[in-house]
Write a protein that binds this ligand. Structure first.
Ligand SMILES: Cc1cc2nc3c(=O)[nH]c(=O)nc-3n(C[C@H](O)[C@H](O)[C@H](O)COP(=O)(O)OP(=O)(O)OC[C@H]3O[C@@H](n4cnc5c(N)ncnc54)[C@H](O)[C@@H]3O)c2cc1C
Length: 454
């Protein structure tokens, strides 16, 4: 691409071996950009965006490239990747007003660790927290195990600094814990998957750390009992901080990948945490243990921070462990109302049997968010086609039960063809009109969310 190296000397990559490094994310999609620009401040982002705007070139913002739906994958010829990994400063933690200000490239765990050392807490904790950026979390409205009690990224974003597609810089939202002046542009940008603007700075609400946490590992001899326990715990009016679920195949995969002593004979397990004041934590933990025991679980309590950390390491290893078995697995993240989890699990079993495919399930059962992993090999064309076909059946079953086709991974490229299954034509038309207002030339991450034919 002519002249691109001159716009920000030393920040632009065009060598083929460099371009390859920016051609993929955690989905199985791949592409090759024409150039990669790596700005280190908002002015440089603005220069890069203006360059793309003036030439009408597709621009793809990229955080750490851990997205599951190909949002950061270069899908069109002559596109530029705007790699934002270099802007990773935590600018301020205002302990009097409980607000953190940071650049978008800060790694989630770096923020968590810094806050923890000061006695604070930022709840959104995607399993990829050790390597994904907060900017990517905002762009995807990422969730995590703690979303059940504390909500998702959107619930913590007070304001944003943005570079609009014409290169102008806009600050949205507030630095206070309340604010209702005008339309809520901040919430509109959260979850917009890089299709409306580039996020350069983020104002986040933070919380004080809870006093005490109890962690329970509950292995069940039957999958149905684990699903039943989820409904019973919520019906008992306890909102745990996490209520994670792994089926037998997920447990086996983790034990083969990074053994931590999970009960490999269990058909399913729940990893449950409660937090708060010590007295209420103990009472809630006892109540949950009683519910799970009555359904046949052999409940174990993590005695110290090390065993707690080991259990979470195991939970966070599920996805990498499954990738090792099946590098081209298809991973969906459907959500159904909690009470419908047993029915959904049954549907998934039936769909797997019908297509002759292995489907491994785990996820955030407390909020009905199931990560459905269709274990397939791209090199086996016939099987891979079957796996792709089964996705539509899975989405149909999800929507029939009143669910949604994505709880946290977004639409990106991989789910764009299914958008019409969930959204009405009127809803899509309105969203596209909003996109056009922000991005009249259509340079921001084109082809993501909205497929070419709508
Ligand atoms: C092992 C594993 C576990 C995961 N677990 C979870 C989980 O528990 N919960 C969850 O929600 N997700 C999870 N994910 C998915 C992924 O980590 C999240 O979607 C994360 O938010 C992506 O961040 P990123 O920095 O890698 O963004 P990228 O993949 O680089 O980009 C994702 C999207 O955001 C856009 N984008 C990135 N930065 C910006 C910016 N500054 N401005 C505008 N747009 C931007 C990109 O264009 C793209 O559309 C997991 C992924 C892996 C590999």
């Amino acid at each position: 691409m002519k002249n691109i190296k001159d716009i920000l000397p030393g920040r632009v990559l065009t060598d083929i071996e460099d371009l390859f490094c920016y051609g993929f994310d955690a989905s199985s999609f791949e592409g090759l950009p024409s150039a990669v620009i790596r700005p280190v401040n908002t002015d440089e982002v603005s220069i890069a965006v203006t360059f793309a705007f003036e030439r009408g070139v597709p621009l793809i913002p990229r955080g750490a490239g851990t997205g599951m739906t190909a949002g950061a994958v270069p899908n069109l010829r002559d596109s530029i990747i705007l790699s934002l990994e270099g802007m990773n400063r935590i600018i301020d933690i205002d302990d009097k007003n409980l607000v953190a200000v940071l650049e978008h490239g800060v790694i989630n765990a770096a923020l968590q660790n810094k806050l923890e050392s000061m006695g604070f807490f930022y709840p959104p904790d995607p399993a990829s927290m050790d390597f994904c950026t907060i900017g990517g979390n905002v762009a995807e409205n990422a969730g995590g195990p703690r979303a059940l009690k504390y909500g998702v990224t959107r619930d913590y974003v007070l304001g944003l600094e943005l570079v609009l597609p014409n290169g102008k810089v806009l600050t949205t939202g507030v630095k206070t814990h309340k604010g209702v002046v005008g339309y809520d542009l901040t919430r509109l940008i959260v979850g917009s998957e890089g299709t409306l603007a580039v996020i350069t700075k983020i104002f986040l609400k933070v919380l004080p750390q809870p006093e005490e946490i109890a962690t329970l590992l509950c292995p069940f001899p039957k999958l149905e009992s684990a699903a039943m326990a989820v409904s019973k715990i919520t019906a008992s009016k306890i909102i745990p901080r996490t209520l994670e679920f792994m089926d037998h195949e997920a447990i086996k995969a983790v034990e083969n990948y990074k053994p931590v002593g999970l009960p490999a004979d269990a058909e399913a397990l729940l990893l449950i945490e409660v937090d708060g004041a010590p007295a209420s934590v103990n009472a809630e933990a006892d109540k949950i243990a009683a519910i799970c025991t009555s359904l046949g679980a052999d409940v174990r309590v993590a005695d110290d921070i090390y065993s707690r950390k080991r259990l979470w390491e195991a939970r966070r290893s599920v996805s990498p462990a499954l990738y090792r078995i099946s590098p081209s697995k298809i991973n969906e993240d459907i959500v159904v109302p909690r009470s419908k989890i047993p029915e959904m699990i049954l549907s998934l079993r039936n769909i797997g049997d019908r297509y002759g495919l292995k489907i491994v399930n785990f996820g955030h059962a407390g909020d009905g968010n199931i990560h459905v992993n269709i274990m397939t090999d791209k090199n086996n064309q016939e099987e891979y086609q079957k796996a792709k076909d089964s996705v539509k059946d899975i989405f149909e079953a999800t929507l029939r039960l009143g669910g949604t086709i994505s709880g946290e991974h977004g639409v990106g490229l991989s789910k764009a063809e299914y958008l019409k299954m969930e959204l009405s034509p009127l809803g899509i038309e309105l969203m596209k009109a909003i996109k056009k207002t922000f991005d009249p030339k259509g340079i921001m991450n084109p082809g993501k969310i909205f497929p070419a034919d709508i």
